[in-house]
Structure formats: C-alpha cells, structure tokens
Design a binder for this molecule. Structure first.
Ligand SMILES: CCCCCCCCCC/C=C\CC(=O)SCCNC(=O)CCNC(=O)[C@H](O)C(C)(C)COP(=O)(O)OP(=O)(O)OC[C@H]1O[C@@H](n2cnc3c(N)ncnc32)[C@H](O)[C@@H]1OP(=O)(O)O
Length: 281
C-alpha cells in the first residue's frame, strides 16, 4: 500500500522498500512495506558533519517518520566508515552570527524530536560516531555497531563542554559513574569497549546485519499496545525533554557565549587544522 508520495521502489532483504517524500538531499527515508519500519539515512559527504542543512533535513525526516505511521525508525549512514563526525566544526569556527543561532536551534530541534520520538528508535552505527554522532545514537532506544569503530562524547578533549541535554542522552544509556568518568575524560570507546560498558547493545558484522538487528529490536514491540508504549517512553523521558523545552533560549545564549570565547575559537581552529593535516598525510 502506498503510504506517502512514492519516489522510487528499491528491493531490500525484508520487503519492498519505498522511498518516501524526501525532497531533502542530505537524508533519505525508506519505509519497508513488510515491517513498516523506516530507515533514515544520513548522506552528507565526507563525514556526515552535522551542519545546519543536515540538521534541517534530519528534522524534516524525523517529522516525516512520525507522520507516516511507521512502526519504528532506524538511523544510519550512507558512509561505509562514518556514522557521523558530530557537529560540523566549521559552523562553530568564526561563525556567522545569524546562522549559528539557527544551527544551534536546529540541533535542539533534532534532539527533542529524536529523543522524544513517539516511535521505537534504533541506531545502526556503521562507522565512527564521535560527539554529536554519539548524541544521535544515544538518543535512540537501541544501538547496534560495527566492529573497529569508535563512539563517545569527546568534547572535553576539544576544549568544549557537552551541554546538559547531551549528557541526558548519555546518562539514559550508561550508569552515572561510567558516564561521568567518560564525559570528564572525553573518552572515545572502541566498539568492543562500548559493548562491554553498555554504550551499545549489540555488535553486527555488516551494515545489513546491523539493520536487521535494529529491526528485530523494533519488532519486540509488535505485541505491545502502541499508545501505551509511546506514553510510557514519553513519561520516562519527559523530565529531560521538558528541561530543554523550558531552557531553550538560555541554552542558546550559553552556547553562543561559550563558543565565541577567544580561547574556544583558538582551540577549534587548532583542532580543525589538525584534522586537515591528518587528512593530507
Ligand atoms: C556550560 C555549558 C556551555 C555549553 C557550550 C556548548 C559548547 C559546544 C558544544 C558542542 C557539542 C558537540 C561538539 C561536536 O560534535 S564537535 C565535533 C566533534 N567531532 C570530532 O571530534 C570528530 C573529528 N573527526 C574525526 O575524528 C575524523 O574525521 C573521523 C570522523 C574519525 C573520520 O576520519 P577519516 O580519516 O575518515 O576522515 P578525515 O580525513 O579525518 O576527515 C575528512 C574531512 O572531513 C573533515 N572533518 C572531519 N570531522 C569534521 C567535523 N566534525 N567538522 C568539520 N569537518 C570535519 C576533515 O577536516 C577532512 O576535511 P578536508 O578533507 O581536509 O577538508
């Protein structure tokens, strides 16, 4: 059955996959007709850096999944080695004063939409997932990761501070003591370490298997009343969601103040240079 504007038909392992109305270019949404599960794929080369455009497209796609009665949402990446490199540092380095406001507001929107999503969510982490990438993954209810990649909130290593709501997602997954230590250290975990600490739920040997495992997780809710499940999830997450809703304006001002500090700008510049040098070598 056609459930939205259909752009193309692509066969997948589980059923016929319908590409939904993604007028956007940096994300795609494909809904499996058999399972009813939507796969939201980030596609912003080279590293899925979360810039304003990708954040806007993510928002639109999450909204689309909420609106099209999908049974669940799987977040993944089209890049074979990178889930997301986190926030695009170019948005924060020597920023344009209007754009950076829109950028942070769009990031808040994405977190509110994903962490607060009414459908079951899972991340198929098919590559590295630092900082903002880890935020996206930990905003989902389940995580399956491929071997030999890294995940974590490395902000302190960059001389920046993860906001409270980044920490909320992290704390919804890890025990407080582990979360506190990892945040203070800015620690990046290998796939194997992430599994042993509970930052991810399963390891998969391929992206296809990761998607299947995520679909299996979402399938565990098949016999649960959807309204009861979604209200339960929303009650469990309400405190953190409400806190950001209440403090959005202050959170934005705090971010702007912090990111515009000369020492933070200097640190971001050095970090960008080191990334570029690494890319050249
Ligand atoms: C009191 C409360 C106050 C609150 C204040 C709030 C403060 C701000 C909070 C900000 C919160 C979140 C922060 C972030 O998300 S910052 C981003 C952190 N991300 C990283 O550290 C990852 C950096 N990247 C990497 O480690 C690697 O690139 C990779 C992802 C492992 C991939 O490695 P690779 O070898 O495959 O690719 P590489 O050659 O390194 O990169 C290719 C090109 O992409 C550029 N690039 C990589 N990452 C980023 C990025 N995050 N932003 C912008 N650009 C990036 C890299 O420079 C290469 O570019 P080029 O080809 O040389 O031009």
């Amino acid at each position: 059955m056609m459930r939205s504007k259909v752009l193309s038909l692509v066969p997948r392992a589980t059923g016929v996959c319908r590409h939904m109305s993604t007028a956007t270019k940096l994300t795609t949404v494909a809904v499996d007709d058999k399972t009813g599960i939507a796969t939201l794929t980030m596609n912003r080369p080279p590293v899925n850096g979360l810039n304003l455009d990708l954040l806007r497209d993510l928002n639109q796609s999450i909204g689309e999944v909420e609106g099209n009665k999908s049974r669940g949402l799987i977040l993944t990446s089209s890049n074979p080695t990178i889930f997301s490199a986190g926030l695009d540092i170019l948005e924060m380095y020597k920023p344009d004063k209007d754009r950076i406001r829109e950028f942070w507001t769009a990031l808040q929107d994405v977190w509110l939409a994903l962490y607060g999503s009414s459908v079951p969510t899972a991340a198929a982490i098919n590559g590295h997932s630092p900082a903002g990438g880890c935020l996206l993954a930990t905003s989902c209810e389940y995580r399956v990761m491929l071997p030999k990649f890294t995940i974590g909130l490395n902000e302190t290593k960059l001389g920046i501070v993860a906001p409270k709501w980044f920490m909320s997602s992290f704390l919804s997954v890890l025990p407080r003591r582990e979360a506190e230590r990892a945040l203070n250290q800015g620690r990046m975990f290998t796939t194997e370490e992430a599994l042993s600490i509970g930052l991810i739920d399963e390891v998969a040997i391929s992206k296809e298997q990761a998607l299947d495992k995520c679909a299996q997780f979402i399938g565990t809710f098949a016999k649960v009343n959807p309204l009861a499940r979604s209200l339960t999830k929303q009650q469990l997450r309400a405190v953190e969601l409400q806190q950001l809703e209440n403090e959005r304006a202050q959170d934005l001002e705090r971010f702007l103040f912090f990111v515009n500090q000369p020492s933070v700008q200097k640190g971001l510049g050095i970090y960008l240079e080191s990334l570029k040098k690494k890319a050249k070598n």
